[in-house]
Write a protein of this length. Structure first.
Length: 75
C-alpha cells in the first residue's frame, strides 16, 4: 500500500481579536524585585494603584514590569 501526502499552502493573517465575543485585554504589574504580581484587570488604573500600595509596603522596590494580555486571532 502506498501513502500519499497532500500539502495545501495558505496565507494566514494574524491580528488582535476585536470581535464582540473576544476576551478582554488585561493589564497587570509585576514587581521586578520580589516577583509579586498584581491581580489582572481590564483597567490599567487598578494595577497602577497596586504598584503604589506595594511600593509603600516595600520601600526598596522601585522596578516593575507591565504584563499585557491581548487576545489575537489567526485566519
Amino acid at each position: 500500500m502506498t501513502s500519499r501526502t497532500i500539502t495545501c499552502h495558505q496565507e494566514w493573517t494574524l491580528q488582535p481579536d476585536r470581535e464582540p465575543d473576544a476576551e478582554p485585554t488585561t493589564y497587570a504589574m509585576q514587581c521586578a524585585v520580589g516577583g509579586e504580581t498584581s491581580p489582572p484587570g481590564t483597567d490599567f488604573a487598578d494595577p497602577q494603584s497596586w504598584v503604589f500600595t506595594h511600593g509603600g509596603r516595600n520601600p526598596s522596590h522601585h522596578t516593575y514590569r507591565e504584563i499585557i494580555t491581548r487576545p489575537w486571532r489567526a485566519w
